[in-house]
Design a protein. Structure first.
Length: 402
């Protein structure tokens, strides 16, 4: 890729391009559980719903090859952002009315489209940027996604008290679509065409085989599929806020506006680590910091503890996801034709633990209450950190270097 093309895709731009997915995640992770909890839906049913909505991100590598074919990825990103916005415009009113079935079905279609926004961004980062720029882009991408999630959630919760369901949905859809238009400012080569669907299936199988053949890639995929740094409690914190004496206004400020700033700062902190540090070991170490936020929430059921614990959990989640994205970009490689497919396959492994940890957290909450849920999440991070410390070669642990 020529220097001119690289200058046309500044790393900070990816903090804007990922906003359609980030805003949609804010609906899934904060707005939906909060509205359902206030509609008297039980915490375990909310956890099952959130876990189900994670499914498209787990299997999105099945349709990710579309982003590598026919059209430039920048055009695909705009198309999928429009579909994401349309689905959110319909799903949000259903959630506001407490209609679990309608919100779930529409939420699944929106998640499918949002996963393609992620595939588009991943392919662009892998093909347009140098390795050192990829780490900075990964930090900006996670900062945009997480900040968009928090600020979008705060905006939608605030508007839900002011607007009727249909105007609320329309406003949300527009907010999702607008950031994607920034992609039209960068140049990109058109991917090669594929003759038939059978060719695309063969390509997926080939890419999976290529990823699994290399031992370092297998390590990366195994670590991505582990329960480290999932941030699974993020989607359930609004649902347990009332147990700490925190109401809607508190959720808007703590999980939304303030949380968006903390998430962004945590994500950007991921870019401060030196480029030569081993990305696998750094990701596992980041998960250890995430456990500290969960443990803080176990101290007492008071608003101050919810504020401190949530802030620490959000900040370390941003840090974890920034390091995760850097790890996945490294695994995806820089092939122009299949970069989005490879990125989606690798990132899908990281979405598996979000689904099963959210389900386990909800199951624990049903049997042991909110504190049981928090202990399950903390133990997942601690266990992986111990395993990595015991199994990685000494040079990975000493300075976290390659």
């Amino acid at each position: 890729m020529s220097p001119a093309t690289r200058r046309a895709a500044p790393t900070s731009l990816f903090g804007v391009l990922i906003l359609p997915q980030g805003i949609y995640l804010g609906f899934v992770a904060t707005v939906l559980p909060f509205l359902l909890a206030h509609a008297a839906v039980s915490l375990d049913r909310i956890a099952r719903t959130i876990s189900l909505l994670s499914l498209p991100w787990i299997i999105h590598f099945l349709w990710a090859p579309l982003v590598d074919l026919w059209l430039p990825r920048r055009i695909w990103l705009v198309i999928w952002a429009i579909i994401t916005g349309a689905c959110l415009a319909l799903a949000l009113p259903s959630a506001q009315a407490g209609k679990l079935g309608g919100a779930t079905i529409l939420g699944l279609f929106g998640a499918l489209a949002a996963s393609q926004v992620l595939a588009s961004c991943g392919g662009l980062m892998a093909t347009l940027l140098s390795p050192s720029a990829q780490i900075r882009a990964a930090a900006w991408c996670e900062a945009g996604k997480l900040a968009g999630s928090a600020f979008g959630a705060a905006l939608f919760l605030w508007l839900s008290g002011l607007l009727a369901p249909l105007p609320l949905g329309a406003a949300a859809g527009v907010v999702v679509i607008i950031p994607a238009l920034a992609i039209l400012t960068i140049a990109e080569p058109t991917p090669a065409r594929s003759a038939a669907a059978r060719d695309r299936i063969r390509e997926i199988r080939t890419e999976i085989g290529d990823l699994l053949r290399r031992p370092d890639h297998r390590w990366s995929l195994l670590l991505a599929a582990s329960p480290v740094g999932t941030g699974a409690v993020l989607a359930l914190l609004p649902a347990i806020a009332k147990e700490y004496g925190v109401g809607a206004a508190g959720v808007i400020w703590i999980n939304g506006i303030g949380g968006g700033i903390v998430l962004a700062l945590g994500s950007l902190a991921g870019s401060l680590l030196p480029d030569h540090w081993n990305r696998k070991a750094a990701y596992a170490a980041a998960g250890l910091t995430n456990a500290l936020g969960t443990i803080t929430l176990l101290i007492a059921d008071r608003p101050a503890i919810y504020l401190a614990g949530t802030a620490l959990y959000l900040g370390t989640t941003g840090f974890c996801w920034s390091r995760f994205t850097a790890l996945i970009i490294e695994t995806a490689g820089s092939l122009n034709r299949h970069a989005s497919t490879r990125y989606s396959i690798a990132s899908a492994a990281g979405n598996i633990p979000i689904a099963y940890m959210t389900w386990l957290d909800g199951l624990a909450s049903k049997s042991l209450g909110a504190h049981g849920m928090l202990w399950v999440d903390a133990c997942g991070n601690l266990l992986v950190a111990v395993i990595v410390a015991l199994t990685l070669r000494p040079k990975y642990i000493s300075g976290l270097r390659r």
